[in-house]
Design a protein around this ligand. Structure first.
Ligand code: T5A
Length: 234
């Protein structure tokens, strides 16, 4: 199990943890929606986080994203090539964006991170899980999320949410068993790493989920006292 990384800096003579938060789950679970909701909550208290997505987030990463998801050539891609491309995109993102943001003392939110590789390439594609973990560690180094929200939804719910999309990516075209392996692996991850990974019932209303996530973020990063201090200073 990886140790959580937390950078700290001194703000107003108080030690404040600058969190690294990731969102995970199967396609259509509502991650991106919840990332946006969390950003809104944070901005209301004066925190402007750096937000990234995987694969992507850099020029090289976005080119890799296109290759992985929508290029004509990708139907012939081997699982091994796929694994290395996801790791290549992450390597670029970590060094070009995430590490500098953490060093500056910014909050960082990432829509997918190394858990996606453990789950999709390790558990669902059945590549050697030990090798996948070693590559994750090689690429992410000390950039381990402080908290990871896994949004859990069943396949029918996810499908109905993605139903309107005209362009489906390669993963969304996988057979039924693939979706179940992904979902099971995320649930297993949440059972194994209770300190970092929080399983969220993603089938509820957007507002309910956003409220729960905001409550957990406030608690984990002691934001309530920060909010009270700011209110009383107004
Ligand atoms: N991948 C990625 C790997 O295999 N290995 C890796 O290492 C990495 C990093 C990325 C793909 O790459 C794979 C996993 C993925 O297959 P992507 O295009 O980035 O693909 O897509 P996803 O990350 O899967 O994200 P999606 O956009 O498909 O889904 P989200 O972000 O889970 O869902 P969201 O928020 O966009 O919502 C989808 C729809 O549902 C609605 C939204 O309004 C939207 O219309 N919605 C809700 N509706 C009702 N109730 C709710 N609670 C709702 N929440 C959202």
């Amino acid at each position: 199990m990886k140790m959580a990384r937390s950078t700290t800096r001194i703000l107003c003579r108080k030690i404040v943890i600058m969190p690294f938060i990731t969102f995970e789950g199967s396609e259509g679970c509502g991650k991106t929606t919840q990332v946006k909701r969390l950003v809104i909550h944070l901005e209301k208290i004066g925190v402007v986080p750096e937000v990234f997505r995987e694969p992507g987030g850099t020029l090289i990463g976005e080119a890799i994203r296109h290759l992985l998801q929508h290029s004509e050539e990708n139907h012939a891609m081997t699982p091994e090539a796929e694994l290395l491309l996801f790791e290549a995109s992450r390597s670029q993102l970590v060094r070009e964006k995430i590490e500098p943001a953490i060093t500056r003392g910014d909050w960082v939110i990432c829509d997918r991170f190394f858990d996606s590789t453990s789950v999709y390439q390790g558990a669902a594609r059945k590549l050697d899980p030990v090798l996948v973990e070693r590559l994750n560690t090689f690429v992410a180094g000390d950039c381990v999320p402080d908290v990871t929200f896994v949004l859990d939804v069943d396949r029918a719910t996810a499908r109905s949410r993605l139903g309107g999309r005209k362009i489906r990516d390669r993963m969304e075209e996988q057979p039924e068993g693939f979706y179940e392996r992904v979902r099971d692996a995320y649930r297993e991850l949440a059972r194994r790493d209770t300190g970092r990974v929080v399983l969220i019932d993603g089938a509820r209303h957007v507002d309910q989920i956003a409220t729960e996530i905001w409550r957990i973020v406030r608690q984990r990063f002691a934001l309530d006292s920060e909010i009270r201090t700011r209110r009383s200073a107004r």
